[in-house]
Write a protein that binds this ligand. Structure first.
Ligand SMILES: NC(=O)c1ccc[n+]([C@@H]2O[C@H](COP(=O)([O-])OP(=O)(O)OC[C@H]3O[C@@H](n4cnc5c(N)ncnc54)[C@H](OP(=O)(O)O)[C@@H]3O)[C@@H](O)[C@H]2O)c1
Length: 442
């Protein structure tokens, strides 16, 4: 990075949408405080965005529509990438790093999927690629994992890390509504995109989990190994049965270090109502982290939106400014919280995890059906913790709901396949994993 003057850090923002415009606004509105805390002025000198926004850029010296030119411009010290997506954003970050500039990005998809390459480049060029805003918006979870909890071995973390999914499940719970109806409501309220796939199918959460797990356990980013299951199959009946059994249904991202490897999984999950995570509703995010010395710590707050995300982008800018003022050797922080990438623990396939399960089994209500189900479960050494069996009005299909004790998922899969072959089973079995948060937890 060019050391032109220690009293000013010149910022170029690429992409002036929700996050980019929020960042510009926060830097202007809290200028005095930010300057005082940074030890130098943080000035947006350049902006590059597709649709010109002159009303936002009155104090910006250079406004244009070419983010690559901005990324290479020698008069910019730090590039803020808030375009999103994979293509232009990747080129912008690569160009900026190659030109010796620090980069701040909110782009979780890019960090999770192409971060290993970009962090290697940042290391080579001795610059910082900062990404606090890429996970859980305004919640400073990256700094918590990388700095605040740095003395701990992280045992596991579990979080509600997609506001749209949490809003949908919360509304389904409160109003007994169907998934499709609440999704439409979420779209009308602006909480869900026109194409909601990334949110409801868990991809967005898997991006964030991949990033958190790599910092927590010192492993490379491995998005392709993160098990990802969405919430579109959860029904109001499942939520009601879970409630009867003392649980809420939440869409969790869970990462855990075990003796045989690392678990990274995103899926609907039964969480005991007594847990704080079970009570995080609406578009909020929350992450529970278990460290070996500190115990469990919980971080919650707004996971998206202009203000929350800009708060995290600007925090990264202030960090950078402080480091520049202090004459630091970059990068100050090892990109993903580890210096030597020595943790080569394998990521476990979902079949290899041990968990407890909720099963909703649609059956013809006939004498002996429960005995048959028990036999199949016994064959796989699966024991039952709780059961709900509803009376059928006539000879129609009714659900039998079972909570199992802990078992390897591969065995559960075998049992489900065998159950679905029974003539009394009338349809697909719904399976939801239960998270007991082993170890002390809030
Ligand atoms: N929104 C949130 O709450 C949130 C939270 C956390 C992280 N993020 C991440 O932040 C990033 C940005 O999200 P956002 O919600 O701010 O997106 P957005 O509102 O769609 O903003 C993207 C901006 O980039 C501009 N742009 C697109 N292609 C461009 C190009 N080729 N050259 C120049 N400018 C271009 C867009 O211009 P037009 O106006 O012409 O489309 C728009 O101004 C994404 O990676 C997202 O995952 C967002």
């Amino acid at each position: 990075m060019t050391q032109h003057t220690p009293t000013q850090l010149r910022i170029g923002i690429c992409g002036l949408g929700t996050v980019g415009a929020g960042t510009l606004r926060l830097l202007e509105e809290n200028k005095e405080t930010i300057t005082r805390r940074s030890g130098c002025e943080i000035v947006v000198t350049h902006v590059a965005t597709r649709t010109p926004k002159p009303e936002l850029c009155q104090n910006v010296a250079h406004s244009g529509d070419d983010p690559l030119a901005l990324a290479a411009d020698p008069s910019v010290d730090v590039v803020v990438e808030t375009i999103g997506g994979y293509d232009v954003a990747f080129d912008v970050i690569k160009t900026a790093l190659t030109s010796g500039k620090h980069v701040v990005t909110a782009n979780k998809a890019l960090i999770a999927e192409k971060g290993n390459e970009l962090f290697a480049l940042a290391r080579e060029k001795a610059v910082t690629l900062a990404f606090e805003s890429s996970v859980a918006g305004g919640i400073p979870i990256i700094k918590a994992l990388r700095e605040g909890l740095a003395a701990n071995e992280i045992e596991w973390l579990a979080g509600i890390i997609n506001g749209t999914g949490n809003f949908i499940l919360s509304e389904m719970t409160a109003n007994q509504s169907q998934f499709a109806d609440v999704l439409q409501e979420a779209q009308e309220l602006g909480y869900a995109e026109a194409d909601p796939t990334f949110d409801v199918e868990g991809i967005d959460a898997a991006h964030k989990l991949t990033i958190m797990a790599s910092i927590a356990f010192g492993i490379p980013l491995q998005f392709d190994k993160t098990y990802t299951e969405g919430i579109s199959k959860v029904t109001p009946d499942d939520i009601n049965y879970a409630n009867e059994l003392g649980y809420e249904v939440k869409h969790l991202g869970i990462a855990r270090k075990t003796e045989s490897g690392i678990e990274m999984r995103v899926h609907p999950t039964l969480v005991a109502k007594s847990r704080l995570l079970a009570n995080v509703n609406g578009v909020g995010n929350a992450i529970l982290v278990q460290g070996d010395f500190v115990g469990s710590t919980l971080y919650s707050g707004p996971g998206a939106g202009a203000e929350a995300t800009a708060s995290a982008v600007v925090a990264d800018l202030i960090d950078l400014a402080r480091q520049v003022v202090a004459g630091a050797t970059f990068p100050v922080y090892p990109a993903l919280g580890y210096r030597d990438a020595s943790n080569d623990s394998p990521v476990l396939a979902i079949e290899e995890i041990d968990a407890e399960y909720y099963l909703r089994i649609p059956v013809i209500d006939r004498v002996g059906v429960m005995a048959k189900i028990s036999n199949v479960l016994q064959d796989q050494e699966i024991s039952i913790e709780a059961i709900i069996q509803k009376e059928a009005a006539s000879n129609e299909s009714v659900p039998i709901v079972i909570l199992t004790h802990r078992v390897k998922e591969a065995k559960l899969n075998k049992a489900m396949a065998a159950l679905e072959n029974l003539e009394e089973i009338t349809g697909a079995i719904m399976r939801i994993r239960v998270e007991p948060f082993h170890g002390e937890a809030t």
